[in-house]
Design a protein around this ligand. Sequence first.
Ligand SMILES: Cc1ncc(COP(=O)(O)O)c(C=O)c1O
Length: 345
Amino acid sequence: MRIVDLRSDTVTKPTTKMLHAMNDAETGDDGFGEDITTNRFEKIAAEKIGKEKALFVPSGVMGNVIAIMVHTKPGEGLICDKNAHINTMVSGNTAALAGITTSQIDADESGNLDIKEIETHIKLDEIICPKTTLLVYENTNNLAGGTIVTPEKSYELYKISKKYGLRVHLDGARIFNSAVAQRIDVAELTKDCDSIMFCISKGLASPVGSILAGTKEFINEARRVRKMLGGGMRQTGILASCGIISLEEMVDRLAEDHDNARFLAEGLATIDGFHIKLETVNTNIVCFTFHLPRLNCRELVETMGKKGVKAICFNKNLGRMVTHKDINRSDIIYTLEVVKKIIYP
Ligand SMILES: Cc1ncc(COP(=O)(O)O)c(C=O)c1O
């Protein structure tokens, strides 16, 4: 059966070049800071993202929680989007590991946080409230549909945070998608934050890992917290060798994923039962609501799965499809055919 896996860009397989690089990677014990390839990767990553220093971490989830732990003290509060990954998809680690309360606000239609709304949620002097010390936002905003945050908006978020002494952490799991979609250097999107996490194991096709970046002091402390969480690894050059290829060769091609996502979204939008805000399809994610009297989103996604086309359903009405390097235009055309056959039997 033909399989088209649109659940996430995390399903991407490493390229042949990555497999060779893994085989040839020069390694050492990263616990001693001696893994040559990891050191090179972290240097390249820091330069690309425009930060002083970078740290290779096993996952985006760990990168984000390390950042939160370094920027805050237990008992403090952070502000984020209600649907933020750190709030909805981390098994509660913000509370359980960092001891932080999240103050959640609704992002607007375009996935952006409103400055006034942020301001009303900042608590500095009320003794009964957790003191707000951090703002976390996503670029791209995953559950808003892969929407982009512009450099101008990033600056506004930074400016309001600094007015109240907050640190700013950017969950940039897919920051390169945002940069490619806006046709700008990624550093334009990362200059106005104190730390950034981005993933190499999503659209950039590496098998494992993320980068956390910030000032030297921040990363030195992040290295200690990574160890505390059990994320210190040894011959990581095997993985970092793929990360180098991700950064040097896999970024520009994200534009193809964005074209495919738009083609998919426009196709789905013509099918009965689908509601898609086409203006939010900025990158490689297509979020949709689906409902017909005889079929809800969960049932649709289940039926598609039986026919080899895999998507994700978040609840009875809300679903998501994500394009990536292992999906081509013919897969999208096939997906639309499969969906149409289900809806118009
Ligand atoms: C916005 C966002 N942040 C963080 C993560 C976590 O990354 P990982 O799955 O590598 O832990 C994800 C994963 O999908 C994500 O979408």
